[in-house]
Design a protein around this ligand. Structure first.
Ligand code: NAD
Length: 476
């Protein structure tokens, strides 16, 4: 592929798909079936606010229904448009297949600046949007299950779920119509942190393979690695927090809407996040040096670059200046197809979005299963597990004392060993396993097939093959 003009986000996704299918043996019909977006619903609805009638435009795209329900976030942003929603829905199809969540791909968006509206106004708007979607089964526990994305979170998901429940008063599975809800409204522990946590697990897995690190010219562990993060929202904040607090990485710069903050000794992520919440931006943060030109900081020397804001930020204009040897796409589509080619030629390793940010949909899957099973994970097993572990400890202590061996188990070990797994531990374990397994499937293709140059191609190949098998099984 040779790109001379910057492709749009949607074209980028299609180009990446085309590059992958060239390496596959798909019939042209099936290739086309998997490529196209099945349907996109556009709705324009009015809400009376501040004495006037305001019209809002929203979308819900369903890319592939080879498995149902279809799944994908709803974003609230002024830049939302049909092409973007369709590109994001396609990514959801590939992502769900890659991490083996039993869903097709979908995505939604509402063209709105959430900061312009009071909370009670946003609730009215969100409920009305949810009503329009639910009326057409575009929110439905077995048909289409939205989740949070840019500009939306637990609060919006709770409003949507409640709206669905009001419209379907006898549906015992109503709560499974949306994921990413607050715990008290049917959510699951660990969902808010899930996408950022998944980014951390993805990097941990990458750093388990010296030959993979070598491709990026890296070695050692995550400890001390210099990390630049763009977008300290839900995904960027959690990824940065866990990498700095648990893996010893240094967050040397954070880029936000109003500029960037740099500190080569490592930024205090919690403090910076609190500063952004209080002041609306990074400017004025005392723990680092401010610069207004945020996009220039993407080109800063570092070991790992984490774009976690929006699509298209690494493009043909700046790709050649990017110095990071490893990019992990926490956002969807941050690297355009043109930039991808430039970076590949430079030897930069990119951990692709459809894998890197799949932690969100993975834990959404757990939440959906929890809602359908009507029981919290770990509720039946936790105390039983603790009783078993206590038995073992008591037996070891008895043996030690009977035989005069003088063994002493430290209180800290005993406390940790005896603690049964609750919901959060189980969710993290399931997420870690998912991220490891999916990475292993990708790297196998990356290393075993000479024509597969990069992890993105490997990810697409694994995923498209699974979707194709699903369609074939349906007789298509
Ligand atoms: P968010 O709204 O919580 O955070 C986005 C952050 O990016 C905000 O802090 C915002 O100020 C910042 N930002 C926006 N425009 C910017 C710009 N031009 N330059 C620098 N910073 C900018 O959104 P999020 O949920 O964290 O999503 C971020 C990305 O991750 C999106 O691409 C989204 O599709 C993807 N994603 C999110 C989830 C999830 O679970 N939330 C799951 C998978 C993928």
């Amino acid at each position: 592929m040779s790109t001379t003009q910057e492709p749009s986000f949607r074209d980028s996704v299609e180009l990446m798909y085309s590059r992958a299918v060239k390496l596959m043996d798909l019939s042209p019909g099936l290739e086309e079936k998997i490529r196209v977006c099945n349907a996109t619903y556009t709705v324009r609805f009015g809400v009376r606010l501040r004495g006037d009638l305001h019209t809002f435009t929203g979308y819900r795209a369903v890319h592939s229904e080879h498995m149902e329900p279809v799944k994908g976030g709803i974003r609230f942003a002024m830049a939302v448009h049909q092409d973007e929603v369709e590109a994001l829905a396609a990514l959801m199809t590939f992502k769900c297949a890659l991490v083996e969540t039993p869903f097709g791909g979908s995505k939604g968006g509402l063209r709105i600046d959430p900061n312009e509206w009071e909370e009670h106004e946003l609730e009215q708007i969100t409920r009305r949007f949810a009503y329009e979607l639910a009326k057409r089964d575009l929110i439905h526990p077995s048909q289409n299950v939205p989740a949070p994305d840019m500009g939306t979170g637990e609060r919006e998901m709770a409003w949507m779920a409640d709206q669905y429940a009001r419209m379907n008063t006898t549906d015992i599975n109503a709560r499974a119509c949306v994921t990413g809800k607050p715990i008290n409204a049917g959510g699951i522990q660990g969902r808010t942190e899930a996408t950022g946590r998944g980014v951390e697990y993805a990097l941990q897995e990458f750093f388990r393979y010296p030959e993979d690190m070598e491709k990026a010219g890296l070695s050692g562990t995550l400890a001390g690695k210099r990390v630049v993060v763009q977008g300290l929202g839900n995904v960027g904040f959690h990824a940065a927090k866990f990498l700095s607090e648990e893996d010893g990485s240094l967050i040397t710069a954070v880029i936000e809407r109003d500029g960037a903050i740099i500190n080569d000794e490592g930024l205090d992520v919690e403090a910076l996040s609190a500063h952004i919440r209080a002041n609306g931006g990074v400017k004025g943060f005392a723990g680092g040096t401010y610069t207004e030109d945020g996009s220039a900081v993407l080109e800063k020397e570092c070991d790992i670059l984490i774009p976690a804001a929006l699509e298209g930020v690494i493009h043909m204009g700046n790709a050649k200046n990017i110095k990071a040897p490893l990019i992990i796409e926490a956002a969807n589509g941050p690297v355009t197809a043109g930039a991808d080619e430039i970076l590949r030629k430079k030897g930069c390793v990119i951990i692709p979005d459809l894998y890197a940010n799949a932690g969100g949909v993975t834990v959404s899957y757990f939440e959906w299963v929890k809602n359908l099973s009507h029981i919290r994970f770990g509720r039946m097993e936790k105390r039983q597990e603790e009783a078993q572990h206590r038995l073992l400890i008591e037996e070891l202590e008895r043996l030690s004392s009977d035989k005069g061996l003088g063994w002493e188990l430290s209180p800290d070990f005993k406390a940790k060993f005896m603690k049964g797994a609750g919901e959060l531990e189980l969710v993290r374990s399931g997420l870690d396993d998912t991220m490891r397994t999916a990475y292993q499937a990708m790297r196998k293709v990356w290393h075993e097939r000479d024509e597969v140059e990069d992890l993105r191609m490997a990810a697409y190949l694994v995923s498209i093959e699974r979707i194709a098998s699903s369609y074939r099984a349906k007789g298509l």
